[in-house]
Design a protein around this ligand. Structure first.
Ligand code: CP3
Length: 353
């Protein structure tokens, strides 16, 4: 009696998320969830309490690897996303960074040419070396079809926090700065692109199989500012990552970019594009998916609400994108108050119908 043929373990590019990111249609889409390691999980809250502060948590490979792996023990996800934060880059460039409970991140603000010139990209690889160790540790423990995603914030989104000195509703200070002092703003974008590309290359070389660039605040920009702040810096990163010989797929996430998404895909060179929940399914199927595989885009409020409304929305998204490359995800991160049962129901429905 002969054994059935075994899948070749050497063909790691056969992981379902990698197939989707090559544009292959699949019977069921792969799924992961933004912020899948986070406060909705009791084991995350328990681990988080053991860290003196959030930045040390991110920079302690043992803890960050554990947080990365936690959601995979509960749910049948197709990918792990490195546990870290987009604001580690400004910190590594010399900004003070603190996370204040209940208030979010606080940074020493970058508001003029002198504070841009005080930043440096020289210390990025040394300061963020622990992140590469996290990547390597997670990679060792991943099994089967699960791929590891590395990430960074896009220069614009990261700059909004740097210029404001904290989160903001409408990125006001950053938009004013970009118009008032375009030269210093351009210099900041150039430095952030270089630091981010270097950081993404480090992650890929340590074992990340997919890279994602989060531009969470890409909405509400004029055509001119979208070009200078979103498209050009992202294109710059993609070029630098490719020039370093890294060929893993890159997912861009220009959240809220709406009708500018096709231009973003064509002009940045990203492999795939993540869609937020405001992007209409039929429009994306006709205007985006022919250009690049898509990721998304269940409303995180529907995941919180659960029930038949969530089920119907999941089925509509799966069906809309079934003809091409599609990675299922939310339109934005899972929120802390989301019931774990809803997450389990989501993953199960996407994987098994
Ligand atoms: O599971 C994952 O998705 C991986 C880890 C991850 C975190 N942040 C962990 C985190 C990722 C990919 C991010 C990205 C990130 N960080 C973004 C872009 C994506 C998005 O959601 O728009 C942004 C804008 C940030 C900046 C940031 N980090 C803010 C504004 C905050 C505070 C607000 C909050 O939710 O508390 C963080 C903190 C943060 N980053 C937490 C986690 C799990 C919560 C902190 C804690 O546990 O105390």
């Amino acid at each position: 009696m002969s054994d059935p043929p075994m899948p070749d373990p050497l063909i790691s590019s056969d992981k379902s998320i990698l197939k989707a990111l090559r544009g292959e249609a699949q019977a069921r889409p792969p799924i992961w969830v933004m912020r899948q390691a986070g406060r909705y999980l009791p084991e995350y809250r328990e681990l988080r309490q053991r860290a003196p502060d959030f930045v040390s948590f991110c920079l302690t490979p043992e803890m960050a690897a554990e947080a990365t792996l936690q959601p995979l023990r509960r749910f049948e996800l197709s990918a792990a996303i490195l546990f870290a934060d987009i604001l580690l880059i400004p910190m590594a460039m010399g900004c003070d960074l603190r996370f204040v409970k209940g208030e979010g991140p606080k940074l020493s603000p970058v508001r003029d040419r002198a504070s841009v010139d005080a930043l440096t990209t020289d210390t990025v690889s040394r300061t963020l070396a622990p992140v590469t160790e996290t990547v390597a540790r997670v990679k060792e423990q991943l099994e089967g079809d699960v791929a590891l995603i590395g990430f960074a914030g896009a220069p614009w989104t990261v700059a909004t926090y740097m210029i404001e000195g904290e989160g903001s509703r409408d990125q006001w200070a950053a938009r004013v700065f970009a118009y008032e002092d375009p030269e210093s703003f351009g210099r900041l974008m150039t430095m952030l692109s270089a630091a981010t590309a270097e950081y993404l290359v480090m992650q890929a070389e340590a074992g990340a199989e997919v890279l994602k660039i989060f531009d969470s605040w890409a909405s509400g920009l004029t055509e001119d500012l979208f070009q200078r702040a979103v498209i050009e810096p992202t294109a710059d990163i993609v070029r630098q990552v490719r020039a370093a010989g890294v060929d893993v797929p890159i997912i861009g996430f220009p959240r809220g970019a709406g009708p500018a998404i096709p231009r973003y895909v064509r002009e940045t060179g990203v492999t795939a594009v993540a869609l937020d929940q405001s992007v209409p399914l039929n429009w994306a199927r006709e205007n985006v998916q022919p250009l690049a595989p898509v990721q998304g885009n269940l409303d995180n409020a529907l995941l919180r609400a659960g029930g038949p409304a969530m089920d119907a929305a999941i089925d509509a998204i799966v069906e809309a994108f079934a003809g091409g490359g599609h990675v299922f995800n939310l339109g934005h991160g899972i929120t802390p108050e989301t019931p774990i049962e809803n997450m389990a129901r989501l993953v199960n429905r996407v994987r098994h119908g």
